[in-house]
Design a protein around this ligand. Structure first.
Ligand code: MSP
Length: 537
């Protein structure tokens, strides 16, 4: 009944770009879906604010690290609000409460005997904040992700005894469904099978971090501190920081959504840290693919970074959400192509879905007293459109569960295509001219309007705003899937949970024939404008 999901906590070295927006939009769709299904959702996002990368960026900008972090994290907050992201929490790792939680967690890990001193030598990528596997003898190695030189490090640090967790981690990653998509499991297995090595969790001479209690001069390695942000975020903002309290607040998480670049941290290091602290493990880690733009990696040096603020202003939320969720298979890499973007938005949303609603509602209003026609045979649960609607709902629900947004979107679109096809085949515009065909036309239009209502209902997690506009045009109440959503009565009581579910309004709406004949329909106005992009984004 409680569902906790997280985005990565984004580095504040720079303002958000389309990559982080992509991850966050996808999580938003999941959070909304779970709320619509009656779960009490904890949707966590946030900012990762410590470490060398941030310190250097702030220095380069002539700011204190704190001032720099305050400014960039405020821009994240603003961005998520513009995109109407329904996150319940936004954690900043510079929050003083987070420091308290890190201290408590570290005390547990230390008490488990998992902290030892050791010497760390190796090549480090500051942009990844990670030691790389390059051999010590390598000459001028570069980070394969950032194409920047690695830096040689040789220091005495505190280490976390990851090696002790070899068997448990092997067992964990073999668990079906823990690492998703399944295609990514192999790379983690290959890493684990080489034998887990202890990793350093502190840095010396790096002031921009949380001090390690009892170890003067050491600050926590940024990743050790950042992962714990998921836990701090769960605590109520005004309750005392008590680590175990997370167990009452939604831990363990059902889902961490991350990019494939940071899978190892989430599928290996993080579970081992939790085991050491005696805390339960997250259920699932999903590593999605990366976005490129017109075939090229997005990057500042190429000058092809897509600014999510500009994108939003020029194209609107529905269009971008649709394109990213409908066209890019979530587990794979994907390419942002402007032409395809506008083609899909115009074909799918403006034409197939928007026109369907517009023309059906106009005909119904014109011929049936300004409202929904008598249902007749259109109400039959065995009507071909009723079967198509149920099929779309089933496929979309299963796909959302699997984070396969593309299939979910295609299922909904398929229903709109079926409804358009039915309409063209039945041609009510000609039938209406024939004598004695009024009832048949009424039933046909009823079925198409009802199928269109289902399209609006099923779009709610993916495109909440378009869903609202469609339902409004059909005289229906929209669904609340954002943070204001009250947990369903089921979520509130454990007894109710055991007697299983009272369906939510959204689930009830997925019953064929709920559109009330005679209901007045508002004057149709286009629910989705066309996207006309006359210059590059
Ligand atoms: N701070 C760490 C995460 C700590 S989590 C406890 C971090 N931050 S990050 O700012 O680099 O964000 C990385 C995430 O942003 C990726 O894992 C991915 O979800 C998203 N993306 C960044 N660039 C991306 C693309 N080009 N394409 C898609 N997503 C990308 O790593």
């Amino acid at each position: 009944m409680s569902y906790t999901l997280t985005t990565p906590l984004y580095y504040v070295n720079d303002r958000a770009h389309l990559g982080s927006t992509y991850t966050t939009l996808a999580c938003d769709a999941i959070a909304r879906h779970r709320r619509l299904c009656g779960d009490q959702v904890h949707f966590i996002t946030g900012c990762d604010e410590h470490g060398q990368k941030i310190q250097r960026t702030a220095e380069a900008a002539g700011l204190t690290p704190q001032a720099h972090c305050d400014s960039v994290s405020a821009s994240y907050r603003d961005l998520w609000s513009r995109w109407q992201i329904s996150n319940d929490r936004l954690i900043r790792t510079t929050d003083p409460r987070h420091r308290q939680l890190v201290e408590q967690f570290f005390a547990r890990v230390e008490a488990s005997g998992d902290v030892v001193e050791g010497r760390q030598q190796g090549w480090y990528c500051v942009a990844c904040e990670e030691f790389k596997d390059d051999a010590p003898g390598a000459e001028d190695p570069e980070c394969s992700i950032h194409q920047r030189p690695l830096e040689w490090r040789d220091e005495v640090n505190l280490f976390f005894r990851l090696s002790r967790y070899q068997a448990q981690i092997e067992e964990l990653i073999a668990r079906p469904g823990f690492i998703q998509p399944a295609s990514r499991r192999r790379e983690v297995e290959n890493f684990v099978v080489q034998g887990l090595r202890d990793f350093s969790i502190s840095r010396i001479d790096l002031p921009w971090g949380i001090p390690v209690p009892g170890h003067p001069g050491h600050t926590f390695y940024v990743w050790f501190d950042a992962l714990l942000g998921y836990l701090t975020a769960l605590l109520e903002p005004d309750e005392p920081v008590v680590l175990d309290q997370i167990l009452q607040r939604g831990w363990p998480a059902q889902l961490h959504v991350i990019g494939k670049d940071i899978l190892r941290f989430h599928a290996v290091y993080w579970p081992a840290m939790l085991l050491s602290a005696g805390l339960p493990l997250p259920e699932r880690v999903f590593g999605h693919g990366f976005l490129t733009r017109e075939g090229q990696k997005m990057g500042k040096s190429l000058g092809n970074v897509l600014d999510p603020v500009v994108l939003l202003e020029r194209c609107g939320r529905d269009a971008v959400r649709w394109y990213l969720l409908r066209d890019i298979p979530f587990g794979d890499d994907g390419d942002f192509q402007q032409q395809r973007f506008s083609d899909l938005v115009n074909n799918d949303l403006a034409n197939t879905i928007g026109n369907l609603l517009n023309r059906t509602s106009s005909m119904a209003r014109r011929w049936f007293d300004g409202g929904v026609p008598p249902a007749g045979a259109g109400e039959d649960p065995a009507h071909p459109l009723a079967l198509a609607a149920q099929d779309a709902a089933d496929r979309s629900a299963a796909a959302l569960e699997a984070l396969d947004f593309r299939t979910a979107a295609e299922a909904v679109l398929g229903l709109a295509i079926a409804a358009n096809g039915f309409l063209n085949e039945r041609a009510p515009w000609s039938r209406m001219k024939q004598e004695g065909q009024g009832e048949v036309v009424a039933a046909d239009l009823y079925a198409v309007l009802e199928a269109t209502r289902w399209v609006g209902v099923l779009l709610a997690p993916l495109l909440p705003e378009l869903s609202d506009r469609m339902l409004e045009q059909l005289g229906q109440e929209p669904f609340e899937s954002g943070t204001e959503t009250l947990p369903s009565p089921v979520a509130l009581s454990l007894e109710a949970a055991s007697t299983a579910a009272t369906p939510t309004a959204w689930q009830v709406a997925q019953q064929w024939g709920r559109l009330q004949p005679g209901l007045e329909l508002p004057e149709p106005s286009p629910v989705m404008g066309r996207l006309e992009l006359d210059s590059p984004l």
